[in-house]
Design a protein around this ligand. Sequence first.
Ligand SMILES: *[C@@H]1O[C@H](CO)[C@@H](O)[C@H](O)[C@H]1NC(C)=O
Ligand SMILES: *[C@@H]1O[C@H](CO)[C@@H](O)[C@H](O)[C@H]1NC(C)=O
Ligand SMILES: *[C@@H]1O[C@H](CO)[C@@H](O)[C@H](O)[C@H]1NC(C)=O
Ligand SMILES: *[C@@H]1O[C@H](CO)[C@@H](O)[C@H](O)[C@H]1NC(C)=O
Ligand SMILES: *[C@@H]1O[C@H](CO)[C@@H](O)[C@H](O)[C@H]1NC(C)=O
Length: 502
Amino acid sequence: MGARPLLLLLLLHALLFSAPSPAAASPHISAVISQSGLDFAKDLLVPRATETLAQLSVPDIQQSVYIPLIGTVHMVASHIVLQGLAVAGSTVAAGDTGVVVAASFSSVNLTMEWSYSYDSWFVTISDSGNASIQVEGMDVGVSMGMKSENGSLKLFVTECGCYMKDLDITLSGGSSWFYQVFIDGFSNHIRSSVENAITNKITEGASKLDLFLESIPKEIYVDKVGTVNVTFVNDPLFKSSSVQFDIDGLFIPSDKTALSKPMHFGGTKYAQPLGSSSNMLWISLDEEVFNSVSALYFKAGSLQHIVDKVPDQFLLNTASWRFLIPKLYRKYPKEDMLLNISAISPPSVRINVGGVDATVDLDVIVNVLGSGDIVPVACISLLVAVSGGASVSGNNLVGKVELDYFSFDLKWSDIGKLHTSIVQRVMQIVLKKLFVPYVNSYLGQGFPLPIIKGFLIKDAYILISESRIIVSSDVAFVEPMKTFRVKQFVRSLSEGVPVTTM
Ligand SMILES: *[C@@H]1O[C@H](CO)[C@@H](O)[C@H](O)[C@H]1NC(C)=O
Ligand SMILES: *[C@@H]1O[C@H](CO)[C@@H](O)[C@H](O)[C@H]1NC(C)=O
Ligand SMILES: *[C@@H]1O[C@H](CO)[C@@H](O)[C@H](O)[C@H]1NC(C)=O
Ligand SMILES: *[C@@H]1O[C@H](CO)[C@@H](O)[C@H](O)[C@H]1NC(C)=O
Ligand SMILES: *[C@@H]1O[C@H](CO)[C@@H](O)[C@H](O)[C@H]1NC(C)=O
């Protein structure tokens, strides 16, 4: 695409032959940026880098040259300013330890001022004027490595080069003898000064990119209970056409002082490399991410729900049970009732090829609302199994489940034996009409995927494989100021994304 492959190859070469650092920790979320994602990032960066080069000023150059018959002439090239340049093409490639971005430029031109002086017979002769420089072909390449340092990404430039082909200098004014002397004496100096200035500017730009990467938050707040730990756990893994970032990915308490460390499940596993595709981004989340969510919300006491309204409201009054549970009616005639449903252990989530299953042990305490107090009269323990799928809404991973089956037991009762068929019927209603919709209202909000601010997931699809969920998508970049458009965009996305059903 215009950029000289030689420069690219030279820079890529600098990225080879370094020993890959050993995987230090087990990530629970891995994000892979594919070649098309690298191209996307490059297309964002190159125009911005180019903008910073416009109006670049280059240090003055001074030189003294001895010319027969005239003597020593002092020459100065000053106010050298890059006036314009246009990107002709650019490429990005990943090597073993980093990425290389190379761009070729056309219409590169500079302006400058020139002056000279020399002494002749006790008088100083001097002259000055302007000049314009047209550059025929310019290539700029930078190779950058990345590592994780203290959980943040650190970007560093391993090499940066700028190469100009031919300079065409046009002096306005000046005597003709001076013209050739100037071109001979200055051409190479101007070229190397401009090349240096551009290289410095690009390196400076890369350090701004580094500051930006370092400033990426290590946590994404979800709600007052949970926060996702998005600490980078390993150095980025560079492959021939992709870069993989490993992220801790587990949920941690939002208020760390109030709760102890999150539970960890299962042994250490390393994520398998993900397949290549034309999608820009692959995010893989393993089962433990979801189990850390369930452990955290269980610990925080959030997995609890009071039911005082049901579609068949008469069921929540002891009068309805007059004949079926006579003892209840006798003890508490015509009283309203409520159900207190709470998880007694963290729901366990299993991800299998094609589907997500979860089981949860619930206690359903049947309460009677007496005169101002709540009297528990019975407790039914339930084992509930749900299954479902995931989808992406905005930048969130969301889910939807359906009731698979449930089983129950009467744990204790102050109102005598309960008929199995009654309990079954009531629990069926409660689970289908209340519990599952309630769970889905939370899953429908989902939790944020690790996406850098300003980027939006689009055209996502979900793959469910053994013990992990993989989101494959493209991303769009939205300038921070265009928040109104972002909202519109997110709305159009969330309306258009179907829920994957199993
Ligand atoms: C200088 O570069 C700019 C931008 O590439 C271009 O528009 C302009 O025509 C160039 N000027 C000359 C004199 O070539
Ligand atoms: C050189 O350019 C500068 C800035 O454009 C201008 O002020 C000055 O008059 C020019 N000098 C000559 C000799 O053309
Ligand atoms: C990592 O963080 C610790 C504590 O904040 C700091 O002392 C240390 O210098 C950091 N290391 C690097 C390499 O930045
Ligand atoms: C976040 O993850 C990192 C890396 O696994 C870990 O060192 C750190 O302790 C975690 N933070 C919290 C608050 O658990
Ligand atoms: C509901 O049950 C749980 C667990 O037994 C208990 O901690 C909680 O206080 C109960 N809530 C109400 C409103 O009865």
